[in-house]
Design a protein around this ligand. Structure first.
Ligand SMILES: *Cc1c(COP(=O)(O)O)cnc(C)c1O
Length: 366
């Protein structure tokens, strides 16, 4: 059996450090926003090469905090992609604003920056690109159009911590970068957690306040925030794992390259993931495309190999967003991707033998 993701074998390699970190928190009996969170924020800021980092309760809440900090609210519009996890859009909608979609590129699943400008209105407040699977968007073009129209840019880096774009880390090109530490992410906690990175001191302090009910000092509320706090056990676990992150990303990249070379050499009729020059793809997901997707996934399952669809229904077609008024055919690239993509295991602990087995199953199926 080769599951799409397997966390236990990673835990085994760091069990001593993790267990010690968790017991350190238990001994201290300080569970929320304590010294582990403080230290993690400093370490993530250093890792991401950002001035400030604000820990919070999830990637979803990181998006909420970022949008609240830049003042997105009722009547505002935020330009974003329909091809992402739900919370990229739900955070916008929960604040009373409207997601305005731009289709993705066929090649890399990321928002097509050339179609952003035509969607800008006087209600547009921000652009919210998503670095899909760990490969960054065309940030030069996005920052150019944002700068011209004076719009904030929030990067959804949930899948892309550690990715780089011409020497810059994911999350540091726009105004705020939002990171998820959901257990399955490349840097995963042992529960829910997230973080915002920014170079703006005013946005950092606003998010710090908003994540804890907008209070300063305690019980005096300047803003209506929420409980978006990070807990100490998660921060302690993440501090251990952050130390290994680059080594794990390199292993993911090596696994991805083994797949890519093998599929090219054997002429397997699949569309392979793409890495633009000057970028570091983190391969949170290794996403392939074929017209025979369902058959290939069936064959993988028969052979004991896990696979997944990221994502089966683009956000503009979700039942809960029906009121936005979009229809089938509005974003052809997103809709096509939903029908022909599938992701295969790429986690760091995979062996070459396991990778070769997955390759053989796919090649035989096609
Ligand atoms: C995982 C993910 C999120 C949400 O993060 P949570 O920590 O699960 O709340 C948001 N956006 C993208 C693109 C994601 O992959």
């Amino acid at each position: 059996m080769i599951p799409i993701l397997e966390l236990k074998s990673q835990y085994v390699t760091i069990k001593k450090e993790i267990d010690a970190a968790v017991f350190r928190v238990l001994d201290r009996q300080n569970f929320i926003l304590g010294e582990e969170v403080d230290m993690l924020e400093k370490e993530i800021a250093i890792y991401c090469e950002s001035q400030y980092a604000v820990g919070c309760s999830s990637g979803t809440d990181a998006l909420m905090l970022a949008l609240m900090a830049i003042g997105v609210g009722s009547g505002d519009e935020v330009i974003t992609t329909p091809y992402t996890f739900f919370s990229t859009s739900s955070a916008i909608v929960r604040l009373g604003a409207t997601p305005v979609y731009v289709d993705i590129n066929d090649l890399d699943f990321n928002i097509n920056p050339l179609e952003i400008e035509q969607k800008i209105t006087e209600k547009t407040k921000a652009i919210l690109p998503v670095h899909f699977a760990g490969h960054m968007c065309n940030m030069d073009k996005i920052m150019e159009v944002a700068g011209y129209h004076n719009l904030a840019v929030i990067e959804d880096c949930a899948q892309a911590i550690g990715a780089t774009y011409h020497g810059k880390k994911a999350g540091t090109i726009g105004d705020i970068g939002c990171i998820s530490f959901y257990p399955s992410k490349n840097l995963g906690a042992y529960g829910d957690a997230g973080m915002c990175v920014t170079d703006h001191v005013n946005l950092a302090s606003k998010m710090r306040m908003l994540r804890n009910h907008g209070q300063d000092p305690k019980y005096y509320h300047l803003m209506v925030g929420g409980n978006f706090r990070m807990d100490e056990i998660q921060a302690a676990v993440l501090r251990v794992k952050l130390f290994h992150l680059d080594e794990w990303i390199d292993l993911r990249r090596a696994n991805a390259n083994r797949y890519i070379h093998s599929f090219i050499e054997s002429n397997t009729p699949v569309v392979l993931p793409y890495e633009y020059t000057g970028q570091r793809h983190t391969y949170h997901l290794f996403v392939l495309r074929t017209n025979n997707r369902d058959y290939v996934m069936h064959k993988l399952k028969e052979s004991g190999v896990g696979s997944g669809i990221y994502y089966p229904l683009p956000l503009h077609l979700q039942p809960c967003f029906e009121h936005l008024g979009y229809n089938i055919g509005d974003f052809p690239n997103a809709e096509k991707s939903a029908l022909d993509n599938f992701a295969i295991p790429v986690y760091p602990e995979l062996t070459d033998k396991q990778i070769d087995f997955v390759i053989d199953v796919i090649r035989d199926a096609l």
